[in-house]
Each structure stands twice: as structure tokens, then as C-alpha cells.
Design a binder for this molecule. Structure first.
Ligand code: DAK
Length: 259
């Protein structure tokens, strides 16, 4: 499928999705969000793909939702837009493959929220994060109030969302908002290396780990632990479990097949 606002390529088992609206710093409108959703559906069905990278390229991740696009929305239209954003970001979370956000430059507003839906975040030294919606008279509308507070805690989320302040990569790292800081030149190479490492793991076990963490954090610990046990038990029906444990005993690298 052709995408107007996205670049898409596959390298071995890795899917690389690049936001491609450079003139507006990859601002997110309904069209790019819908395209991203469709592409994620495509990636979900592609058995060759074992890990996904979402990036905005070398200069900017995304400067937020498209402000001119939002300006004249009625509440009903805003709700429709919010539903589309939520559906796309939920699709990242429900994708049974790990998704890495490779972030250079600004990840603001909806751009920061997009990164929050990903499993892991790599950021360049010059990356900047924030939820500046308050300065536009609104609040984060694509899951930011929920995902940010789950990831970095309520106090820091309130600080970012109430003040609209922008933080640098080091601060984001200290908050646990990003997993690692890398140099600008290394961003894509590091993201690919990480993705390839994940692609070599058992895909069924990785998908189970993602589900157990993502669903488990939404429920009480007892329910989460019950769910974890079921995911764990189910993995004993896979060839990958036999392969992983036999490989350990035979002192060789496991060759997982995803079944
Ligand atoms: N939307 C549209 N265009 C944008 C944009 C944005 N968010 N951010 C930048 N641009 C455009 C600029 O207008 C400019 O276009 P031209 O003037 O050249 O035509 C071009 O990108 C380059 O930007 P600048 O000239 O401003 O570049 P600078 O390097 O000087 O500044 C900046 C970079 C990122 C600091 C600045 O552009 C900026 O402050 N941008 C806005 C950041 C922001 O406020 N982001 C939050 C947007 S609100 C919802 C879903 C989601 C959300 C809300 C509701 N529902 C569906 C209901 C989320 C809301 C947001 O994300």
C-alpha cells in the first residue's frame, strides 16, 4: 500500500516506519494517524516482521497534533479525532511485536504521546519532550494524561502537563521517560541493533510479555499475576519453549521459530 505521509521499509525482520511531514515537523493530522493505523495492521499480518521502529527521521520526531487542523474543530469533530488517535496508539500497544520509538529532536504533545504508546524509547542527546497543550488552551488528547502518569508517575506528569514545560533528553532519562540516550548519528543504527536483538527472541514469548505488562498494569496485582500465570503456562504449548530450554542445556544459541 502507498502512504502519503509515511515512509515504510523492511530490513531483514525489522519494519521501519518514518513519519514524513517534514515541513510541519511531522505534525500529526487525521490523515497521517489513519495511515499509521493501516500500516500497523499491515505489519501485524506480516509474519516476516519481528520488531518495529517508529521514527521521525534525523531532525524531529513529531511536534504534536496539527494545530491548524485542530483550530476549527467542533467538540464532535474533536471527539472523532481523539478516537482516531486513541485507536492508532492502542494499536501500537496491542501489536504482538515490540515497537521502538527512535526519537531525534522534538517529541511534543501528540508526538510525545505517540512515543509513549511504544514499548521502548531511544532518544538523541538533542531530543526534547513535553506536553505543551495547556499553552493552546487544551490538554493532551491522545492518551497523554494516562500513559505519561503510568510511566513516570503522577507528580512529574502533573508538572509537565500543567506547566507545558519542555524537558531535555537527560531529564527524560532520569524520569524513566526514555530508555537510553544515543548520539544523533547513531540513532537509527542503535534502534536497528536493539530491534534485531528483539527479533532474535521467541516472538510468542515476547508477545506474551508485552501483553502481560500492558494489561497487567491496568488491573490489580492479583488479577495481573493471574494473567501472567496463564501467559506463562500457555508458552509451554510452544516449540519455542522446548527449543529455548534445549538450547540452554545443549550450550547453543536458540533458534526460535515463533510456534
Ligand atoms: N502543528 C502544525 N504545524 C506545526 C506544528 C504543529 N504542532 N509545530 C510546528 N509546526 C510548523 C510551524 O508552523 C512551521 O510552519 P511554517 O511557519 O514554516 O509554515 C514549521 O512547522 C516549522 O516550525 P517552527 O518555525 O515553529 O520551528 P522552530 O524550530 O522555530 O520551533 C517548535 C519548533 C516545535 C518549538 C515549534 O514549532 C512549536 O512550538 N510547535 C508547536 C508545539 C506544540 O505546541 N505542540 C503541541 C501541539 S498540541 C487530540 C489529540 C492530540 C492532541 C490533542 C487533542 N484529540 C484528537 C482531541 C495533542 C495536541 C497537541 O499535540
Amino acid at each position: 500500500m502507498e502512504y502519503k505521509n509515511l515512509l515504510y521499509s523492511k530490513e531483514e525482520n525489522i519494519a521501519l516506519i518514518t513519519l514524513n511531514r517534514p515541513k510541519v515537523l511531522n505534525a500529526l493530522n487525521l490523515e497521517i494517524i489513519t495511515e499509521l493505523h493501516n500500516l500497523l495492521d499491515e505489519v501485524a499480518m506480516d509474519e516476516e516482521v519481528k520488531a518495529v521502529i517508529i521514527t521521525g527521521g534525523e531532525k524531529v520526531f513529531a511536534a504534536g497534533a496539527d494545530i491548524p487542523f485542530m483550530l476549527g474543530l467542533t467538540p464532535t469533530e474533536a471527539e472523532k479525532l481523539a478516537t482516531a488517535f486513541h485507536a492508532t496508539f492502542d494499536r501500537i500497544e496491542s501489536l504482538d511485536k515490540p515497537v521502538i520509538a527512535a526519537i531525534a529532536g522534538f517529541a511534543l504533545g501528540g508526538g510525545c504521546e505517540l512515543s509513549l504508546a511504544c514499548d521502548l524509547r531511544l532518544a538523541t542527546e538533542d531530543a526534547k519532550f513535553g506536553q505543551p497543550e495547556i499553552n493552546l488552551g487544551v490538554i493532551p488528547g491522545a492518551g497523554g494524561t494516562q500513559r505519561l502518569s503510568r510511566l513516570i508517575g503522577v507528580a512529574r506528569s502533573k508538572d509537565l502537563i500543567y506547566t507545558g514545560k519542555i524537558i531535555d533528553a537527560q531529564t527524560a532519562l532520569s524520569y524513566g521517560l526514555v530508555n537510553e540516550i544515543v548520539s544523533n548519528e547513531d540513532l537509527l543504527a542503535k534502534a536497528k541493533k536493539l530491534a534485531k536483538g528483539l527479533a532474535s527472541k521467541g516472538p510468542v514469548a515476547l508477545a506474551a510479555a508485552k501483553k502481560a505488562i500492558n494489561y497487567g498494569i491496568e488491573v490489580d496485582k492479583y488479577t495481573g499475576n493471574c494473567f501472567e500465570r496463564q501467559c506463562f503456562a500457555l508458552l509451554f504449548s510452544t516449540q519455542d519453549q522446548k527449543e529455548g530450554m534445549n538450547a540452554f542445556l545443549e550450550k547453543r544459541k536458540a533458534q526460535f521459530k515463533g510456534n
